[in-house]
Design a protein around this ligand. Sequence first.
Ligand code: MSP
Length: 526
Amino acid sequence: MPETSAKSFFITTPIYYVTAAPHIGSAYTTTAADVLARWHRHRGERVFFLTGTDEHGQKVLRTAEKNGKSPQEFVDGLVESEWKPAWDLLDIRYDRFIRTTDDDHVRQVQEFWQRVYDNGYVYEGEYSGKYCVDCEEFKSDDDLDAEGNCLIHERPAETITEKNWFFKLSEFADRLLELYESVPDFIAPQASRNEILNYVRSGLHDLSISRSSFDWGIKVPWDNSQVLYVWIDALLNYTSAAKIFDDPEAFAQIWPATHLMSRDILRFHSVIWPAMLMAAGEQPPRRVYVHGYLLVGGKKMAKSNATAIHPREIVDTFGADAYRYYFMKAIPFGSDASFSWEHLHAVYTDELANNLGNLASRVAAMIGKYFDGKLPAPGALTNEDGAIADQLQKAAQKADVAISRLQIHEAITATHDFVTAVNGYVTEQQPWKVAKDDSPLATERLATILYVCAESLRAVSVLHSSVMPTAAARLWESLGAPESLGSLEDQPISSAADWGLLPASSTVTKGAVLFPRIEADVEVGA
Ligand code: MSP
């Protein structure tokens, strides 16, 4: 296994705008980050998983006004009633939920920009141009259609003329290109990397970093008449949460971060963000990884175009484990995909109810019936038994390598394929037939077959626990593993495939069905 216990893993999601409730698009990034964080915790690494909310700026301010609330009151309400509960519902175990209105963030943002200012990278000028409030982004002509609409939101960009502070972004093009060159996976996948290389090679403009026409933001430390541009406040959530100024030693242990997002905000993260850090004399992030869009009707599902599906609509029927499994396995991490209830139902039925769930209940039932629920000691292993142990080794290794490459779907597929192999083994070995013969030889064979199955399921619990924490823990308990091996969360990935860890005599129980069948014609989400 490539990782050592001394390693750190800092994984982030974007901090989401609190203009509405979360939807399955924001949940997609957050679930992926959670799966990666859990996996790295199973490797014994020092993990910091950060998510949160982006609360300043014109977009939030206008939405609050439309709702007749002050911005602070509006964001406080949504964070507590919608965002945190959604992540609880999906079993998201973050280490910090940062809000850009948090005091420690505000203080450290001001300290950061004061430093960049002192380093000579900020000057005063006038900005006159286009701005899309939905993107919270200054737009060039290339970003707009012939009518002046933002290409992403299909709404008119607004003309702004303001006295602003500017960041000398244009000075960083060469250093950014050097960074992309020296860390080839800094931006991935390849298409995203190429897009940014071309963009930066064509030259960078300085960036307006303050706004003077409204005051919902963090004050510019050297000019109280302006607030910092929402993006250069938001990006700093990553270093604020890691305590860049509040605890530099802790920061040094966890920085740099892996940032997940979709391509809508790639430029901010791969161009502006590392340049800001360079200007402050800090190390850039470790990598910026772009996953695909969840589409509805061929378009990116978004809060602003009424196509948003709330995760609750799915979890209410399928549960959080199946939700996580579906989005993380059925959609290659990096590709766009359309969500469909039919596909979700098919994956749930085939892979969870029929494949994994059925195997778990059959094995527990047979150990109950033939060995009074006590896991029998195996006899000598045949080639077929050994082949299962070998396949497990390969699956675990494949999954671990896939996680290092952020290919979450490949990691889950490796474990799923192993479950399929164990099901095939049961079908071939026909333990129910072996059980009909009560000779000592046949009884020993039956014991071996059922041990192979239970031991395989023990490993599957560990390998699946990052994606389906609750179901995997139930499986772990049904195998009687906690008594001898301790809690599932403490199981190292590096030994997940070691054969023979589950001791004979473990108490195996047939608990409630892991993935109950769901009728195909249930009008889910209606
Ligand atoms: N507030 C900024 C981010 C600041 S980070 C310093 C923002 N917020 S957002 O609410 O618009 O979130 C955008 C992110 O949400 C995307 O980059 C992606 O991670 C996730 N997604 C939102 N809609 C999505 C889809 N339809 N599909 C996949 N991911 C989506 O931008």
